[in-house]
Write a protein that binds this ligand. Structure first.
Ligand SMILES: C[S@@+](CC[C@H](N)C(=O)[O-])C[C@H]1O[C@@H](n2cnc3c(N)ncnc32)[C@H](O)[C@@H]1O
Length: 265
């Protein structure tokens, strides 16, 4: 464990200190973490940072047959729906992103160690950019916003709501979520850092301009022999056409914010 993680500081302050080692973070990032900490974000953020800082990975859903299936679905979706830019909230260690063939991508994660790993791993790929969760990061906009294997790790209701709000607000046309939408069946065990429950009612109640247009079951549900399994499915949301037209006219026809920074951070 790194010395920082042994300090008697609160988790949000430990993360802020670790973040200072990742480029392009500062007061804005500290303010986001302060808010998340106020919201009870302590456990998820410190859990992931600690895991990555010790050399851990994003988990078995980001590797092997599950990762390949997720990537195949998303790569096809991006081509079929003519998606020009993608932002992901909770990009992890880059294992899943390595299988992506998107035209332009920004990965955001709460764990500075994960972002540092991705910046190094993809330093020769100008189509990909990575930033730690911050107020600046929350201003990213793209055709498609992703949250993959993240929701059920957000055990606090307010943190889940903040994540979902940021996700839908970042997306111009589509949101794709890979998650469970119900408690796991009785007898199925899961990690202490997981909480499986419905999230779709939040979307109906809080983002009425969005429609769930497709749910796609993963082909390796719990109990499937031969490798990692998952209880998560893909949920595809589309912004209502009238709302898209409103956003285009209010942004002078541009569907994404102009990029003023270099591709890598
Ligand atoms: C299971 S990993 C999934 C990684 C990647 N999305 C994938 O599918 O391979 C969950 C990731 O979500 C990140 N995370 C947790 N809470 C977050 C939040 N509120 N905002 C952004 N990232 C978050 C964690 O640091 C971790 O990297």
């Amino acid at each position: 464990m790194s010395p920082d993680l042994q300090e008697p500081l609160g988790p949000a302050r430990r993360l802020a200190r670790l973040a200072s080692r990742v480029p392009v973070v500062g007061p804005a990032l500290r303010s986001v973490w302060a808010r998340l900490s106020d919201l009870g974000f302590r456990d998820p953020s410190s859990y992931w940072e600690s895991r990555y800082a010790k050399g851990g990975t994003s988990g078995e859903g980001s590797y092997g047959r599950l990762a390949e299936w997720k990537a195949d679905f998303l790569n096809r979706f991006v081509v079929e729906r003519d998606v020009s830019s993608v932002v992901e909230f909770g990009c992890g260690d880059g294992a899943q992103v390595a299988l992506a063939t998107y035209p332009r991508y920004v990965g955001i994660d709460v764990a500075p160690s994960a972002i540092a790993r991705c910046v190094t791993r993809f330093r020769d790929d100008p189509s990909k950019r990575f930033v730690v969760l911050s107020d600046d990061a929350l201003r990213e906009r793209a055709d498609l916003a992703l949250s993959l294997d993240v929701l059920y790790h957000l055990t606090d209701e307010k943190v889940l709501a903040v994540h979902l709000g940021a996700l839908f607000d970042a997306a111009e046309r589509f949101v794709v979520i890979y998650s469970t939408d119900a408690p796991l069946p009785a007898g199925v065990r899961h990690g202490a850092h997981e909480r499986h429950r419905p999230f779709t009612p939040w979307v109906v109640a809080n983002r009425p301009q969005w429609r769930l247009v497709k749910r796609v079951a993963n082909p390796f549900p719990i109990g499937t022999p031969g490798g990692p399994t998952s209880a998560a499915d893909f949920f595809v949301f589309e912004r209502a056409a009238a709302d898209q037209a409103d956003r285009v006219s209010s942004t002078n026809g541009s569907l994404t914010e102009p990029r003023t920074k270099s591709d890598k951070t």
